[in-house]
Design a protein around this ligand. Structure first.
Ligand SMILES: Cc1cc2nc3c(=O)[nH]c(=O)nc-3n(C[C@H](O)[C@H](O)[C@H](O)COP(=O)(O)O)c2cc1C
Length: 211
């Protein structure tokens, strides 16, 4: 578990949420979906939200092969990902998977930085046929990172949006249901991390006193 996350600070209840939209275009249905999920999360939690849009960030790192050569702006975004309390990750389906740039970004993320981080998985596709991308592509990637992938994901398709905004009642219901099912896990994960932080703080104090 990373000691950098905000909830490690005793008494802090604001959730640092980082959204990642793997879309290469703007406007984007995927970005709209991430924004809507975070907006609804904000109705339930005190959130400090930041969204990474690969349509904006992508050109800054698409040609970079090693992390040490990334521009400072991209390195700063990676550190936000690595220190988030909750990630909302989404990509359009491209050729039955997430976009190459989405994977390229996560290839730079430290292998152990996302251990136990709750991750809400989401995707958009042209049709309903690729809904299992959540299970077949996203979940294995974040299982590799030993993250806490939340049990329900959100899959949307083009007809769920009007003018690049979520417009179908079915999608809005799905988002609410996913968040309702996720909140107990998100809260218990945060409580556990807070108690570990308290124990570590106590241990440090005890070690200092015994010196
Ligand atoms: C290169 C490319 C490949 C795509 N491949 C698929 C696909 O395999 N399955 C699918 O359902 N939609 C596919 N689509 C459609 C997009 O996933 C869909 O329109 C998505 O909602 C676009 O999201 P955006 O508005 O955030 O860019 C593809 C689109 C592009 C441009």
């Amino acid at each position: 578990m990373s000691s950098k996350r905000s909830l490690y600070r005793q008494g802090v209840t604001t959730f640092k949420i980082v959204g990642v939209s793997g879309s290469l275009t703007a406007p984007s249905r995927t970005t709209a979906l991430v924004e809507e999920i975070i907006r609804v999360l904000g109705e339930e939690l005190d959130v400090d939200a930041h969204i990474i849009r690969l349509s904006e960030l992508g050109p800054s790192f698409a040609g970079t092969l090693v992390r040490s050569e990334l521009p400072p702006l991209v390195e700063a975004e990676l550190q936000r990902v690595e220190s988030a309390d909750l990630l909302v990750v989404a990509s359009p389906v491209y050729r039955a998977s997430f976009t190459g740039l989405f994977k390229h970004l996560f290839d730079f993320v430290d292998q152990y930085a996302l251990v136990d981080t709750p991750i809400l998985l989401a995707a958009t596709g042209g049709t309903e046929r690729h809904a299992l991308i959540i299970e077949h592509q996203f979940r294995p990637l974040f299982s590799f990172f030993q993250s806490l992938t939340l049990p329900l994901g959100v899959y949307a398709h083009d007809s769920d949006f009007t003018d690049y905004l979520v417009s179908s009642p079915a999608l809005a219901d799905r988002i609410r249901k996913v968040i309702e099912r996720s909140l107990p896990l998100i809260r218990s994960n945060a409580a556990e991390r807070e108690s570990i932080a308290r124990a570590l703080d106590g241990g440090l104090v005890a070690a200092a006193v015994s010196r």
